[in-house]
Design a protein around this ligand. Structure first.
Ligand code: SF4
Length: 226
């Protein structure tokens, strides 16, 4: 029996409650977090962000003007700091050059155009681009991550889908939720919350070795029972 995506969202919401993502004070912090979280745990990103805040460089101008070597040192806790420093620098230089340093000018345009530009930047892949679009730009686009792919493989919710294919999962989830939710702002709210709830599920129960007994999806899950 296939699980309806909206029902899945409701079940997770009633079990875990609102997650209130993304944990950041402003749009720029969301973007920095989205780049720093690549291939590392969030607690390491928090350490790096705290260091940037302490040095008062967590702003577009701050990252633009800071010496690359100093930036690398500050973001060291997030790992892959050479690459990530380059990615942060490329991003702020792009916004500075093409949008006069105005993040809102860049973000608040047609979703596909912003997405295309994000994907053309150094080290920004689909998950990072869509995290920026959804959580920093309030665009109605769903973020797929490794946890979503894992869930896709375990639940009969994305039947017939290729669970390794980012775009097919994203489009299927968006299609189903759009059928149910007509208001764009509401959709954005749900996409934000739903992604956070999937992360919560994966960290609490649907781990690599799943702990299914307490999982709210146990009865609907073909993989469950451990
Ligand atoms: S029942 Fe188990 S495998 Fe299924 S979603 Fe829950 S934790 Fe994951």
């Amino acid at each position: 029996m296939e699980i309806k995506i909206h029902d899945l969202y409701k079940t997770l919401l009633s079990h875990f409650g609102k997650q209130g993502w993304w944990p950041a004070e402003d749009k720029f912090e969301v973007i920095v977090g989205a780049i720093l979280t690549q291939n590392t745990a969030w607690k390491n990103v928090e350490k790096a962000i705290d260091r940037l805040k302490k040095e008062k460089v967590l702003s577009l101008d701050g990252i633009l003007n800071i010496e690359r070597e100093v930036l690398k040192e500050l973001i060291k806790p997030s790992g892959f700091y050479n690459q990530k420093a380059d990615r942060l620098k490329s991003f702020v230089e792009y916004i500075d050059k093409n949008y006069k340093g105005n993040l809102n000018l860049f973000l608040h345009r047609d979703t596909n155009k912003v997405r295309e530009e994000l994907l053309s930047l150094n080290g920004i892949g689909l998950e990072t681009a869509d995290s920026i679009l959804l959580y920093a730009g309030d665009h109605a686009i769903f973020v797929v991550d490794a946890y979503t792919r894992r869930l896709c493989k375990r639940l009969p919710l994305l039947k017939g889908m290729d669970c390794d294919d980012y775009e097919s999962i994203r489009k299927k989830i968006e299609r189903e939720l759009k059928r149910k939710i007509k208001d764009e702002k509401e959709l954005v709210k749900i996409y934000k919350e739903f992604h956070a709830l999937i992360v919560k599920l994966a960290k609490t129960y649907c781990k690599k070795k799943p702990v299914c007994k307490k999982c709210p999806l146990m009865k609907k899950c073909s993989f469950g029972g451990v």
